[in-house]
Design a protein around this ligand. Structure first.
Ligand code: F6R
Length: 598
């Protein structure tokens, strides 16, 4: 989603441009900056990548000690220079992340007051309103407060006002925002990762706390009182993340999974999860979006099978709008790599308002979801830069697996031998994963064939249905090939109508209790002349006639860890297919890394 950065420092444009560079990975379509220079605000914007903005800036070198910058992910209005932020009205310039839901009403009112609008965005009403109130003798703080009282929706705002002193203001409701103060200046950002080495101390403002930054000080303005800010340490400060020898971050992150899982299995201590009294639970509900939702889907199988707990899963954007029934002793788990996903955050707040026990599973320790849940567990995946989630997914699964073992132990549903086996399987996991990754060239060949099609159907059964769904999601995200996934048994209830020689079907068919059933499903596909791709057990190859580039043999894998291993070929296939088609796999079109609007 939109990225925000602001600085009050000597040559403030430098940390702002550096910060915008660090926000690029989140996905964006245009960028811009405003700087207070020679007592006036100058705004420069550009469509497309940050380099376009830098080229424009090299033609108009700007100096000033107060600067805001923005990377835009279009919500209202096309991706072009006019709609790019900052938006300026008179002496006020604003960058915004979020959605102003009542912007049309506000715009109407402002037009009646004689204001002229340039963009189609919801955000442009903000500088107009502030400017309007400033022209009615209000102080800067009063004008901002009066404005935000009228805004409905979500926002994080960086506001530059040219007045008797140069001030940068920041305020938020519902959207992420972080403030920091260092030796060389003071900064605002939508993501702590965008801050530079001068930002070892950070502060996460609460909703509607107004922060005023200028060269003299950083203040929390609360009515007439100015409060001191209590900072915490920034543990994301200045970690330089490189692709190393890999072609893309996505590739690096796929191959990194072995080491991450080794670390998680060496740290094979489930006592952390003993903080949850699983034996008292009547139900677990797991809420998430996208890839994180598919992790929830696999977790449901584990909790039910090994710990005999009723588990319900839901998509975050649906949960709070469907009158969910929350029962006594229910734990509601929120899974989010970024910890900032607006729908997941809103669902968490809904569950808390119903007095549920809430638990967050996040990758970003200081994220809003992590800060607001009753319990928080980290997945320890390290910063994930590729927009398409890979290593965060397997680390989410690994933590769920450990939680399921702890739950099984507390509820005594399985015996000691079975418990030991589950733990042993987890320790084996990274080594089996490594063997699969070592055979990546076989998947490159499969990708060559797959990349010639425009549609693909993925099939799986049991917990692997979620892996088929994750495989389809990965493929469509990075290669733009249309892909859908089904539980294999569902094929004949409708999707089979799509099958012909142009509709390939990719089946995840490992050796397990459902292999025979899957072979029948595969034969139904073959009978309709649909091209087949199988990621599966060698016994399948003996029964179904397939070419080398249509079959990837899965090694023998213990049932419990099958989902975590079988997603690896899915990730590699998506990566290689997209690369063969010349796509930007790290920043696919239209996608954002952290979805901070509903
Ligand atoms: C897909 C992907 C998304 C995210 C989803 C939730 O590759 O990354 O589907 O999983 O937007 O994001 P988080 O986990 O940050 O809440």
């Amino acid at each position: 989603m939109c990225g925000i950065i602001g600085a009050v420092a000597d040559s403030a444009i430098n940390p702002v441009l550096e910060g915008l560079g660090k926000l690029e990975y989140r996905g964006y379509d245009s960028s811009g900056i405003s700087i207070l220079s020679n007592d006036e605000i100058q705004t420069i914007k550009a469509e497309g990548k940050l380099n376009n903005l830098k080229k424009r800036l090299s033609m108009v070198p700007l100096e000033g000690d107060c600067c805001i910058g923005h990377t835009r992910w279009a919500t209202h209005g096309r991706a072009n220079v006019t709609n790019a932020h900052p938006h300026q009205c008179g002496q006020v310039s604003v960058v915004h992340n979020g959605i102003i839901e009542n912007y049309l009403q506000l715009k109407q009112q402002l037009i009646q007051w004689g204001h002229h609008f340039h963009s189609s965005t919801d955000s442009e009403v903000v500088p107009h309103l502030i400017n309007h109130y400033l022209s009615h003798e209000m102080t800067q703080e009063e004008a901002i407060y009066k404005t935000i009282l009228q805004l409905k929706g979500s926002y994080a705002l960086g506001i530059l006002i040219n007045g008797s002193s140069n001030n940068l203001y920041a305020i938020k409701q519902g959207s992420p925002l972080v403030i920091s103060e260092g030796n060389d200046g003071a900064y605002i950002a939508s993501d702590a990762m965008a801050l530079g080495s001068d930002s070892s101390k950070i502060y996460y403002p609460k909703d509607n706390e107004l922060i005023k930054l200028n060269t003299a000080e950083v203040k929390l303005c609360s009515g007439s009182l100015n409060k001191k800010i209590h900072y915490i340490n920034n543990n994301q400060c200045e970690k330089v993340i490189s692709k190393e020898n890999y072609s893309t971050f996505m590739e690096k992150e796929i191959f990194e999974q072995v080491d991450l899982l080794k670390a998680l299995s060496v740290k094979n201590d489930i006592s952390e999860y003993a903080a949850i009294n699983f034996s008292k639970l009547n139900k677990i509900t797991i809420i998430a979006c996208g890839t994180s939702y598919y992790a929830a889907s696999v977790a449901k199988h584990w909790f039910e099978k090994y710990a005999n707990i009723i588990v319900e899963i839901d998509i975050a954007s649906e949960y709070r709008y469907r009158s969910p029934i929350i029962i006594d002793n229910e734990l509601v788990i929120f899974v989010s790599q970024s910890g900032e996903t607006a729908d997941t955050l809103a669902a968490l707040r809904y569950a808390k308002s119903k007095k549920s026990q809430t638990l967050a599973l996040v990758n970003v320790a200081n994220s809003t979801i992590a800060r607001e849940a009753n319990y928080t567990f980290e997945i320890y995946a390290g910063a994930e830069i590729g927009v398409a989630s890979t290593k965060a997914f397997t680390c989410q699964l690994a933590i769920f697996y450990k939680m399921a073992i702890e739950a099984a132990k507390q509820r005594s549903f399985i015996n000691d031998t079975e418990l030991k086996q589950l733990t042993h399987n987890f320790v084996q996991l990274p080594y089996i994963m490594e063997k699969v990754l070592q055979r990546c060239t076989e998947l490159q060949k499969m990708a060559e064939k797959l990349s010639t099609y425009s549609n693909v159907i993925f099939l799986g059964r049991g917990a692997l249905t979620a892996i088929a769904q994750e495989g389809a999601l990965k493929l469509k995200e990075v290669s733009y090939i249309h892909a859908e996934a089904y539980a294999a048994g569902e094929l004949k209830h409708g999707p089979i109508a799509l099958l012909d020689e142009h509709m390939p079907v990719l089946v995840i068919a490992p050796k397990n209790d459902l292999t025979d059933k899957l072979v029948s499903n595969i034969q139904e596909v073959q009978a309709r002349n649909a091209p087949l791709f199988i990621i599966g057990d060698s016994s399948i190859k003996q029964q179904i006639n397939l070419q080398e580039d249509e079959f990837f043999e899965l090694p023998e894998i213990p049932e419990s860890i099958l989902p975590i291993i079988s997603v690896i070929p899915m990730q590699l296939l998506a990566l290689y297919t997209a690369q063969l088609l010349g796509k930007n796999v790290d920043q696919p079109r239209n996608l954002a890394k952290s979805v901070t609007v509903e």
